[in-house]
Design a protein around this ligand. Sequence first.
Ligand code: NAP
Length: 434
Amino acid sequence: MSASFAVVGSGPSGMYAADALLKEVPGSRVDVFDRVPTPFGLIRFGVAPDHFKTKNTARQFARTFELDEVRYLGNVEIGRDLSIDELKDNYDAVILAIGSYHDRSLGIPGEDLPGVYGACAFVGWYNGHPDYRDLAPLLTGGGVAVIGIGNVALDVCRVLAKTPEEMQGSDIAAHALDTIQAAPLDNLYMFGRRGPVEAGFTPKELSEVRDLERCAVIVDDAQLPATVEGDFEGREKGVKEKNLTLLRELASQEKPEKPIKMHIGFYASPVEILGETRVEGLRMEHTQVVDGRAKGTGQTFDVPCAAVVTAIGYQALAPEGVPMDGTIIANNAGHVEDNLYVVGWSKRGPSGTIPTNGPDSRGVVDILLGNLAAGAKPGGDIIDTLLAKRGARVVDFEGYKKIAAAEIARAPEGHPLEKFTRIDEMLALLDGVS
Ligand code: NAP
């Protein structure tokens, strides 16, 4: 059976889907699109730069692009260069793997002030995403408050707290490392609207902030329950217990004088971001957890800070013509409509680690194959003609490899690579323009 497939998005869920299609339909052809020249989505732009080993997953996906049956079409945006209907008309099936690439908002006064950043933007900035190259976050006034107590919030705090020596071996973008090191950071706050047991962070990530060179972690022992109560079982309960043990350890830790203090606070929800022309502080309301939900007590307190980063989860934004269901693409077990499918965070919401996407994408491919009328569509040739007619500048995998090699070649000492952070720079490199 021969079939042609389009996968939109080259992050983990898209690449697992491409692998599954190739395995299940030998002889098929898979075109993988990405709107930036460089592939691998979340691996390049979401995983924390000091978790560089995790980024090695990209090597496995790079092998897929070496296969003759697979093409990488980077720098092609669906909705700008091609429409969803054009993909549906030309491929036997189309899989959207576009992630949850937009910040959810808090919906509180002051959220539009300069100095408020969603984690998608902030993480994109220190990871060198071209969209956020010029974010220039206002880290000039001392404190930074991070809303949320998931692993993204911990990533943001840790990257802000680490010294340049501790960032050795990372692929943090130079502009971000310079800005962070020049910032007079003194207090970092990480606020959870619920308690330590409900926190989304995991023990490995929590333990990474325990012994930082220039940052002491402050936890109030009075906020820590004696045991993990609630509806948790097995592995999940074990994770909660480990978190609690670590938090107790942090609460009782000797607090040597360090320039930065990271306060991990629970039972507090943001009600207003304060400031006239930029962020000057944050008004928080104490909460209680009632039936698993945070409920405000009416008692507030103010925290002085120069910037607020919201790490409260992401949402998908579908290309025109694709239906949404709240913060995800509307789907039934991955089937959107006709020959259109969705995988990963845009299907199920932003949860889980990179490998979580393997079974998820394979499950959707199974459903797709059950509906497939293979060989009914012409495949990528008409798409190539459309792209050429529209003057799209497609970056293929060979082009990406040139970019990646140049990034390694220009790495500063102690770092594995220095990313190009502007699309123009990448294209100029491919054109041989220095
Ligand atoms: P998350 O774990 O769901 O954390 C989101 C946090 O935001 C929660 O504390 C949540 O509180 C809070 N929140 C949501 N809405 C809020 C509001 N209106 N006001 C105040 N707080 C609010 O998500 P994440 O940290 O964005 O991470 C996304 C996924 O990526 C997770 O599965 C995570 O584990 C994974 N990840 C993994 C790693 C790693 O493995 N190293 C690194 C980064 C991310 P409630 O719980 O009360 O809703």
